[in-house]
Design a protein around this ligand. Structure first.
Ligand code: GLU
Length: 331
């Protein structure tokens, strides 16, 4: 008897259809028959909700909207227990900080294999906010978010903050607010070792995995319009399709790619920085008290050594520890 729940069955069907469409749509890319040289095989299904980006889909507009320096944020007024404001008070009344993040992002927010707790750079930054706001890093509730759902979760206030490798952009600032920059990432490329791929220029005619609803998707489409793009819901999905050779590369922030490379020694980061990706904590628009509060916590982390300790704990594979990013304040 088939006991698979309907949603699973539907997911598999959708994945199978997407697989057919994507693999069939590769005629413009490398010849899938290349694989035949390594023997007969059955193509594994793509992850649920995987979707090819059709090459005739309109490219994202060439110019991003202007908003001055998008990384400028509100000056902290202190992050101690004395800080007050409508949003701060509401979180204290609830007694828990609701944090939206990815629960499968190695290095940033993922399950500790032994304890099962969500750990990583983003998870720990969120815990520090809870520590200052509520007196304990454990008064926190993590809510799993796909990249494409970050702005919506803040607009609908299903979370208090988003701590998910979120690049600060003028486009996003129309919908949500951001803290000061807490990590500077760079957009790069991940490929299989010895693939011959050395950067974004080599992705012309190749298949590239990118997550939908990200700055990475727009960037790859603009910088390498000759790539065949597959979008999936999470970066972990991208690692799977790379491992299954359903794509030739993954392209996003080096910090995220380092987490994928750490899970597969046959992959490597290649090429120079394609763009700077400054990360901020996402906060609902107009929650100025919370923005100032979070900026106070980030100020503490930069000066008391916590930021450096967290970087060394989680992100050492990115190279030597840099100085914490200097904040820019708009008032
Ligand atoms: N930094 C990119 C963005 O904010 C990708 C990060 C992610 O998908 O989590 O869109």
């Amino acid at each position: 008897m088939n006991t698979a729940p309907m949603s699973t069955a539907r997911g598999l069907l959708a994945a199978a259809l997407a697989a057919t469409a994507f693999l069939g749509g590769c005629a413009a890319g490398p010849d899938p028959a290349d694989h035949a040289t390594i023997g007969t095989y059955t193509e594994p299904p793509l992850p649920a909700n995987a979707s090819p980006v059709h090459t005739d889909a309109p490219l994202p507009s060439g110019t991003e909207p202007e908003c001055g320096d998008p990384t400028a944020s509100l000056r902290p007024t202190g992050s101690g227990r004395a800080a007050r404001g409508p949003n701060i008070d509401a979180i204290r009344a609830r007694g828990r900080l609701l944090v939206g993040l990815d629960t499968g992002s190695n290095l940033f927010s993922f399950r500790d294999p032994v304890s099962g707790a969500i750990v990583g750079f983003d998870a720990d930054i969120a815990r520090e906010i809870a520590r200052d706001l509520l007196g304990s890093p454990d008064l926190i509730e993590f809510r799993s978010l796909a990249s494409a759902d970050r702005e919506k979760a803040l607009q609908e206030r299903t979370v208090d903050v988003v701590a998910k490798t979120m690049t600060i952009t003028c486009e996003r600032r129309k919908k949500v607010a951001f803290s000061t920059v807490y990590l500077r990432a760079d957009h790069r490329v991940l490929a299989m070792k010895n693939s011959g791929i050395t950067g974004i220029t080599d992705l012309a005619g190749k298949r590239v995995c990118v997550v939908s609803g990200t700055t990475s998707l727009d960037r790859v489409r603009r910088e390498q319009p000759a790539a065949t793009i597959l979008t999936v819901p999470t970066w972990a999905d991208c690692l799977v399709v790379l491992q299954q050779r359903q794509v030739d590369a993954v392209s996003t922030d080096d910090a995220i790619l380092a987490g994928l490379a750490g899970q597969d020694p046959y992959t490597e980061l290649v090429g120079d920085s394609i763009s700077a990706e400054p990360y901020g904590i996402g906060i609902p628009k107009d929650a100025d008290d919370l923005v100032r509060f979070v900026n106070g916590t980030l100020e503490r982390l930069r000066t008391d050594g916590t930021w450096t300790r967290l970087y060394q704990q989680w992100l050492a594979s990115l190279g030597p520890t840099p100085d914490p990013p200097a904040p820019t304040y708009e008032d």
